[in-house]
Design a protein around this ligand. Structure first.
Ligand code: MLT
Length: 254
C-alpha cells in the first residue's frame, strides 16, 4: 500500500496493473480488500488505483463531519498527485455515491463510470433518521450492531459473509459514524444521470438485500446506452460472488 497526504488526511491506496486508469471505490463499512478477487482479473487491462476512503482501512480517521463531495475531493487530490487527469471510476454501493459525487463535481475528469450494487436517489426521511440512530448507537456502543445487521445482508454465502465481516470488524467507529452521516446527507444524483457523456456500466445482483435491484434498473432506464448487467442469485457483493462477470463488465470501461 502507498501513502499520500490529501486534504490534510493521510490516505492509503493500492496501485497495480497496466493500461488506462480505473479507480475502484469500496462501499460501507469496508476497505480496499473488497476488490481482492477482482483486481487480479483487471490488472492486464487497467492501471488500478484502489484507495481506502478516508477513515477506512489504513487511511486516517478524522473526527469531524464530512459529506460525499469530501470523499470525492480526496480522490481528485489523490489523482492530482499521481498525475492522472482523467480516469474511469467504479464504485460499490457507498463507493458508488462517491463516484456519482466525483462525476458531478469533476465531469471533465471522468472517462467512464461503473455503479455496482448502488443507486442514485438520496435517502428517504425514514432512512436518514435510521442512519443518525445507527451513528448514535455506534458512538455509544461501538460497531457491533451494524456489523451484525449487515453481515447476512451482504450475501447468503457463509464464507463470503465471514470475509466481509472480517473487513467490517477492522474499521473504526469514527469511520462508521462519518460515513453514516455523509450517506444521510447525500444529494439526489438522479438529475445528474442524463448529463453523462461517457460510458456507464451498471452491475446489480437480483438478490441484493441491501439495495434492491430496482435501484439498478432505474439507473439503467435513466441512461440510454448504458450497459446493464443483472446477476441472477447474486447479492450485494458481486465482486466477491461473481468476480469474473464483474471484471468482464468493468473491462467495458477500458
Ligand atoms: C454500502 O454497502 O455501501 C451501504 O450499504 C450503502 C447504503 O447503506 O446505502
Amino acid at each position: 500500500m502507498e501513502k499520500i497526504k490529501v486534504n490534510d488526511i493521510n490516505l492509503t491506496y493500492d496501485r497495480r496493473g497496466k493500461g488506462s486508469p480505473l479507480v475502484l471505490l469500496h462501499g460501507f463499512p469496508l476497505d480496499h480488500h473488497l476488490w481482492d478477487e477482482v483486481a487480479p482479473l483487471l490488472e492486464d487491462t487497467f492501471d488500478l488505483i484502489i484507495p481506502d476512503l478516508r477513515g477506512f482501512g489504513e487511511s486516517e480517521t478524522i473526527d469531524t463531519t464530512y459529506v460525499m463531495e469530501d470523499y470525492a475531493s480526496d480522490i481528485a487530490g489523490l489523482l492530482d498527485q499521481l498525475g492522472i487527469q482523467k480516469t474511469a471510476i467504479a464504485g460499490h454501493s457507498m463507493g458508488g455515491y462517491v463516484a456519482l459525487a466525483f462525476a458531478g463535481r469533476y465531469p471533465e475528469r471522468v472517462s467512464g463510470l461503473a455503479l455496482i450494487s448502488s443507486q442514485a436517489p438520496a435517502d428517504s426521511p425514514e432512512r436518514k433518521e435510521g442512519r443518525y440512530k445507527s451513528a448514535e448507537d455506534v458512538a455509544e456502543h461501538g460497531i457491533n450492531s451494524v456489523v451484525e445487521m449487515m453481515t447476512p445482508k451482504f450475501t447468503v454465502e457463509p464464507h463470503l459473509q465471514a470475509q466481509t465481516r472480517e473487513i467490517m470488524e477492522k474499521q473504526s467507529s469514527a469511520a462508521y459514524i462519518g460515513a453514516l452521516k455523509a450517506m444521510a446527507e447525500r444529494a439526489d444524483s438522479t438529475p445528474l444521470l442524463s448529463t453523462f457523456d461517457f460510458p456507464v456500466v451498471i452491475i446489480h445482483g437480483d438478490a441484493d438485500a441491501l439495495i434492491p435491484v430496482d435501484r439498478g434498473r432505474e439507473v439503467r432506464d435513466a441512461i440510454p446506452g448504458s450497459l446493464y448487467i443483472e446477476l441472477e442469485g447474486v447479492g450485494h457483493v458481486p465482486m466477491l460472488e461473481a468476480a469474473k462477470e464483474t471484471a468482464d463488465a468493468l473491462k467495458r470501461l477500458a
